[in-house]
Design a protein around this ligand. Structure first.
Ligand SMILES: [Zn+2]
Length: 194
């Protein structure tokens, strides 16, 4: 037989990989949560079913991400890694799930990067409730929903609008240019900071 079905990882193997990809796993509940968040964000192949179960497709996806990590390549999508969008609280808040960035948001970052024609450095991705409060984020910030990113402000809002990039766009107060520094997939809206 040459057409063997993909092998399912053991739970311990999956935990080791999820940890190396950036999650914190201390309990069975955190393992299931991390697995579901991995499934919901992974963008290196067809969408995974988000069921927090370790089947053959999720196992194959974990193997791909881990092989890419070892090779120094991005682990979540073609150009972005899970660790780049991890909550920056550093695990200070005990309930922080660390990484819950959504597949659609990774796709939008890829679209942005392609339009820009150069790399994007992510300043802020996921934010747990405690960290969002600590940094003075909006009470309903999309960073808490895992579909928002802050990045260096290099293009004006008109540039984003023309390309239909991100539904929510925020920019710093700077006369004339309005370079966008926040993009999200929440309700369609635009606003100015400060
Ligand atoms: Zn956090």
């Amino acid at each position: 037989m040459t057409n063997n079905p993909p092998k399912t990882l053991t739970q311990n193997q999956a935990i080791t990989i999820l940890k190396s990809l950036g999650w914190r796993i201390r309990t069975a509940g955190e393992y299931r949560q991390a697995l579901a968040h991995f499934q919901g964000g992974w963008n290196l192949g067809p969408a995974l079913k988000v069921d927090a179960k370790l089947g053959p497709f999720t196992s194959a996806a974990l193997r791909i991400s881990e092989a890419r990590r070892r090779a120094g390549l991005p682990t979540a999508s073609a150009h972005f890694s899970f660790t780049e969008v991890r909550c920056k609280c550093g695990g200070r808040y005990s309930t922080c799930a660390r990484i819950w960035f959504q597949r659609g948001a990774f796709r939008e970052l890829e679209r942005y990067r392609k339009s820009l024609g150069s790399g994007i450095s992510i300043i802020s991705g996921c934010r747990c409730r405690g960290h969002n409060r600590a940094v003075g984020g909006a009470s309903q910030s999309r960073h808490m929903a895992g579909d928002a990113a802050d990045f260096a402000p290099v293009r004006p809002v008109s540039w984003f609008a023309t390309r239909n990039l991100f539904r929510g766009r925020g920019w710093n107060k700077s006369p004339g240019t309005h370079p966008v520094r926040h993009g999200d997939l929440g309700p369609r809206r635009q606003w100015m900071y400060g």
